[in-house]
Write a protein that binds this ligand. Structure first.
Ligand SMILES: Cc1cc2nc3c(=O)[nH]c(=O)nc-3n(C[C@H](O)[C@H](O)[C@H](O)COP(=O)(O)OP(=O)(O)OC[C@H]3O[C@@H](n4cnc5c(N)ncnc54)[C@H](O)[C@@H]3O)c2cc1C
Length: 463
């Protein structure tokens, strides 16, 4: 075994309460997997932590033995940062408890919890934490990079709702980061990813949304794409923060409200969520229904938890995935022309061109208030290819890269959680210059030897 010897693991075993897994163990194959099937890495040791104490032991062990460290939350990172070859995977996936304080509207969430874990506990009280849209995503990685979802326009990003966090730093210390304690660290973990330590527990503000929302999906005919997108980009920007309307261009999945002959055709899906009275939601969505010809639609009052899990099957674990992304300053006619041209050549049935509208509560927070810097661009463009057969790798990767290049003139920065492995310069694009400089100072202070390097890395500059 490279990097770590069995007697060293035996010594760790005496202090570790969770499970230590090596390539000889029968569960190794399952435990080493991450969401993106493109990554097939083999850590020398997987430390499945069950407590903060275990995380501290694993961090100390990694540092003392000079191991490459990967930290696994939900394992969803499309760049495969949660795993590594030869080093140690510090696996938080057994740490998934969520405790809700109904009175204070706060949720205390373990570092390895999934979004579905958070929804299932908060919904018992009609509450929700603003986070992402697929229930098997990890709250940890999502929250540390920003975190946006259906209710973010109204209630802010996940980082905007972070009240405090327990962080194990590279020296094995356990720190609280909040507005009152270690404020610099608190600023940095709200957008700086896992660069500064391992968060074992997040304290998050919950929003009172009830247990049902008015939600639905409208499927527009792709032949009217230019006309529809021109309308969409103007109209959604006029809507109140309670209404979130996004756009996904893809081959139609077999959705029950679509006729069989539409399945597999390129369509524009318009999913929406309205936080309010159904009649008012219907009124606001009507112009979208009327804007261009539709294949079909469904809408209605929907349990929040089932809506949150409703798209899980389209992005299940194990497929090969690659995406490139940027924020869009605008959806101008030239930009729309590029989008529709590439949409005509989708390289697989599972590709998605995902264009969420982002303006709202997050844009009213200053760009340097947290490390999440790009708060004002109106749209994100996430170009996501997904396929099953490695023989299709080059075709799918080539399509994403060409599409991304063609839309660069309309772009401004990138969401750190939507980066693939794109090099150091590209990580900087996730931040403004001022925020980047501050992040480097923080890295120098909390992780000067870059123990936490498998992330969208902020390299320390101390010798
Ligand atoms: C299907 C899918 C849907 C998505 N939907 C959304 C969405 O709606 N909104 C959105 O904002 N993003 C979304 N994302 C992006 C998502 O935010 C990132 O992929 C994020 O990295 C996932 O976090 P994770 O814990 O699952 O991943 P992991 O791969 O486990 O971790 C990602 C990174 O964070 C670090 N990390 C994870 N947990 C911790 C922790 N507790 N402490 C310190 N470091 C940690 C890891 O080391 C790694 O560098 C989606 C991704 C996928 C694949």
């Amino acid at each position: 075994m490279s990097g770590v010897r069995s007697h060293q693991i035996d010594a760790l075993r005496e202090r570790f309460r969770g499970t230590l897994i090596t390539p000889e163990d029968s569960s190794y194959e399952d435990c080493r997997k991450v969401w993106n099937g493109i990554f097939d890495k083999c850590p020398a040791l997987i430390a499945r932590c069950i407590s903060t104490g275990d995380v501290i032991q694993a961090v100390n062990f990694a540092r003392e033995n000079g191991l490459l460290v990967a930290v696994r939350g939900g394992g969803h990172n499309s760049a495969g940062k949660a795993t590594c070859d030869h080093g140690i995977m510090i696996d938080l996936s057994l740490m998934r408890r969520v405790h809700v304080d109904r009175e204070r509207q706060l949720a205390r969430v373990d570092g390895g919890a999934l979004l579905g874990d958070v929804d299932s506990e908060t919904q018992l009280h009609g509450l929700a934490v603003p986070a992402g849209i697929v229930s098997h995503t990890g709250l940890g990685g999502l929250a540390l990079g920003g975190g946006f979802g259906w209710i973010s326009r109204k209630y802010g990003l996940t980082v905007d709702n972070l009240v405090s966090a327990e962080v194990v730093t590279a020296d094995g210390a356990l720190l609280t980061a909040s507005q009152d304690e270690n404020q610099d660290l608190f600023w940095g973990i709200r957008g700086g990813g896992g660069n500064f330590g391992i968060v074992t527990s997040f304290e998050l503000r919950c929003a009172e949304i009830g247990t049902e929302v008015f939600a639905g999906v409208i499927a527009k005919k792709f032949e009217h794409a230019e006309q529809y997108i021109r309308f969409h980009q103007e109209y959604v920007r006029t809507l109140p923060d309670e209404m979130t309307v996004w756009m996904v261009i893809r081959k139609a999945p077999p959705l029950p409200f679509l006729a069989k002959e539409v399945h597999g055709q390129t369509v524009i899906l318009i999913p929406f969520v309205w936080l309010g009275d159904q009649a008012e939601g219907e009124r606001l969505i009507k112009p979208i229904r009327n804007a261009a010809e539709s294949h079909g639609a469904f809408s209605g009052m929907t349990p929040w938890s089932s809506w949150q899990a409703g798209f899980d099957g389209l992005v299940a674990h194990g497929a090969r995935n690659y995406w490139k992304s940027h924020y869009l300053k605008e959806l101008s006619s030239d930009c729309i022309a590029q989008i529709t041209a590439f949409a005509r050549t989708l390289p697989s049935d599972e590709c998605e061109i995902f264009i969420p509208h982002m303006e709202g509560a997050p844009s009213r927070i200053a760009g340097d208030a947290t490390a999440f810097a790009h708060r004002t661009p109106p749209f994100v463009l996430n170009i996501h290819t997904r396929w099953q057969d490695p023989a299709d790798d080059q075709r799918c990767l080539g399509w994403v890269k060409a599409f991304h290049r063609a839309t660069e003139p309309f772009a401004q920065g990138v969401y750190v959680n939507f980066l693939s492995d794109e090099g150091a310069a590209r990580v900087r694009d996730a931040y403004t210059e001022e925020v980047w400089d501050r992040l480097v100072q923080l890295k120098n202070r909390y992780d000067p030897k870059n123990l936490f390097s498998l992330n969208q890395n902020i390299a320390p500059t101390v010798p």
